[in-house]
Design a protein around this ligand. Sequence first.
Ligand SMILES: [Zn+2]
Length: 305
Amino acid sequence: MRLLCSVSLAVLAAVPRAGAAVNVVATTEDLAVLAREVGGDRVKVEALARGYQDPHFVEAKPSLILKLHSADLLVLVGRELEIGWLPPLIQQSRNAKVQAGAEGYLDASLSVKILEIPTGQITRAMGDVHPLGNPHYWLDPGNGRHVAKAIVDKLSRMAPADAGYFASRYADFDKRLAEAEKRWDALMAPYKGVKIVTYHRSWPNFTDRFGLDVVGYVEPKPGIPPSPRHTLALIAEMRRLSVKIIVVEPYFDLKTPNSVARETGARVLVLAPSVGAEPKVTDYIKLFDHDVNLVVSAIKDTGSP
Ligand SMILES: [Zn+2]
């Protein structure tokens, strides 16, 4: 019996991998859903961070090392978004395929438009967590399209027999996304230039894409908690400009945003910065459906200038 088993295992191991699903691990749920869109049933996709977690600060649990251990392809946000937690996980996975620079290592930020790239000397002074430009680029649907294409190109090199399948999945996603963009643009069109404040600098790609004007942040710098002095200056500026909306990511304490809202007559609006931030936000198009609808309702309700 034992002999039979080892013979069967040897036969199984000899079966070529053609047609086998590519094992994809994405650092965030946003990248995971994009990989699922284009990979269909020829990929198995898992995300490391959950959409309701702050992607800058994820607990490096052993279960995440295990996921990386069996990955063929790692897709990451890059621009140092995951610098605080991903490198030790990759190292401990002991998986040569997904080490930085290996064939199975895809930095999605290399295929998109990055905003807020610092000029002059790059510094992490005062704990700024965006030293290489803003890493929250997936909040522009145009960038989501570029990431999907980069994943298709990579998958097609790893599984050439399925290249046609990936290309047709991408064409379908591209079409559905373009239709959705028309819908979002029509909803947002009347509100170009509306002024808002956000907690973290998560939204420049979103606000650029849809024409909103971010005039301040609850954080003094990305990754630095609110300080009394900064909060007082923010309240003064919001009063001066009659700002009525404070956008907050679901993983931040609402204490400071609520007190700023009381002082200024503004409303706190919790948006989904990622797929999975809310149970109903289950794919990339639903993420923008959710956020665009909430923003439009809040602008109407508050009469934001
Ligand atoms: Zn950030």
